[in-house]
Ligand binder design. Structure first.
Ligand code: CUA
Length: 379
């Protein structure tokens, strides 16, 4: 009798363990594992899932077995047996979970350390910048030993070495230096199994080695305002062959060089829009800003042409290199003389009145902003 009961317990236990191993090794709730670290996170998760499955079967199985086996039979009015404590059982159910937790904490610590350590001594450094409501990514400057490229120019170029997508070469260890321009965001790339907060005034880091070529999602995992959801839609992680990545960097560098040496390009105005800071009052779909104190500028080129055609105030080019068109002249007027035409529904005197002063806003800045705003709208 006793021996057969032990045999049953052993067989049921073996079945539970087999089910646990099967669940832990086959159930996969994650997307593609696209980094070296992702596989070890997945293995840890599978291990925990296997243990959880066995515990689940023992607990739920015990409950169901007891409900059926020890249910109140018809006509049975007796009390339950007066059981008080079972030292052996209590030691068992304390010891086994303690061992499980101990093993899990050592195992997870190993994985934790692996995901916090660079894959080699000189990982590729990329900047990850969170802002309401968009990510942007900053890339290292490639070498350029032409004599005209001074240190000062290189610093300027560096300011333009960013892109809305995260391009990375496959199988190269990466160090992401994560920053925020406003509130707390969280840089989350599900295929890398990486989630790290972007905290204003601090640089946090994440390490990973992309292992699969393709395009993947980058999310924001911290509720950061009304446009939080948009941060999971507007940017991509693009993992490519080293040669394709190099081509991307060279093209980005060429664009950055253009912008740094040509101060009136729309690209420059785009940066100035955030610096001045137009974004504090104006919504702009292109940059993901949503303020409502001033008119929405997402389609300003179209609006400007309309207002100009209706006879709204205009200010002509500041010099022969400045853009001269009714829309450009209306936008210029709205910056240097904002009360000249107030968009219906908005109060006067809210926009700064001193941008016509070249000491406050240099002419190049003004014209770069005009050229940038002319790109917004329609298409
Ligand atoms: Cu940024 Cu949520």
């Amino acid at each position: 009798m006793k021996l057969s009961r032990i045999a049953i317990v052993l067989i049921v236990g073996a079945v539970f363990v087999a089910i646990g191993i099967w669940v832990g090794s086959t159930v996969n709730v994650f997307p593609t594992a696209a980094s070296a670290e992702a596989s070890s996170v997945d293995r840890l998760f599978g291990f925990m899932l296997a243990i959880a499955t066995v515990v689940f079967l023992i607990v739920e199985g015990g409950i169901i077995y007891s409900i059926i086996r020890f249910r109140k039979r018809k006509g049975d009015e007796s009390d339950g047996a007066p059981i008080h404590g079972n030292t052996a059982l209590e030691i068992t159910w304390t010891t086994i979970p303690a061992i499980i937790v101990f093993v899990l904490s050592i195992y997870s610590y190993q994985v934790f350390v692996q995901t916090r350590t660079p894959g080699n001594d000189a990982p590729l450094q990329v900047g990850v910048i969170g802002a309401q409501f968009k990510w942007s990514f900053r890339y290292p400057l490639p070498a350029d030993d032409r004599p005209e490229v001074t240190d000062e120019l290189r610093e300027k170029i560096r300011g333009f070495m960013s892109d809305p997508d995260l391009h990375l070469p496959v199988n190269v260890p990466v160090q992401a230096n994560i920053e925020s321009l406003d509130v707390i965001h969280a840089f989350y790339v599900p295929v890398f199994r990486i989630k790290e907060d972007a905290i204003p005034g601090r640089v946090t880091t994440a390490f990973f080695t992309p292992s699969v070529i393709g395009e993947f999602q980058v999310n924001c995992a911290e509720l950061c305002g009304a446009g939080h959801g948009a941060m999971s839609l507007s940017n991509r992680v693009i993992i490519q062959e080293q040669a394709d990545y190099d081509r991307f960097i060279q093209a980005l560098y060429a664009r950055a060089y253009e912008a740094a040496t040509n101060p009136r390009l729309p690209e420059v105005g785009r940066q100035l829009f955030m610096q001045y800071p137009c974004a504090n009052c104006h919504a702009n779909r292109d940059l993901g800003t949503t303020a409502v104190l001033g008119p929405d500028l997402s389609d300003i080129a179209v609006q400007a042409a309309k207002f100009a055609a209706e006879g709204a105030a205009q200010v002509g080019p500041t010099d022969e290199n400045a853009t001269d068109s009714p829309a450009a002249n209306y936008i210029r007027a709205s910056i240097v003389n904002p009360n000249g035409h107030i968009v219906p529904g908005y109060p006067a005197n809210l926009m700064p009145q001193n941008y016509g002063d070249p000491n406050i806003m240099p002419r190049d800045h003004l014209e770069a902003l005009v050229n940038y705003l002319l790109t917004l709208g329609g298409q």
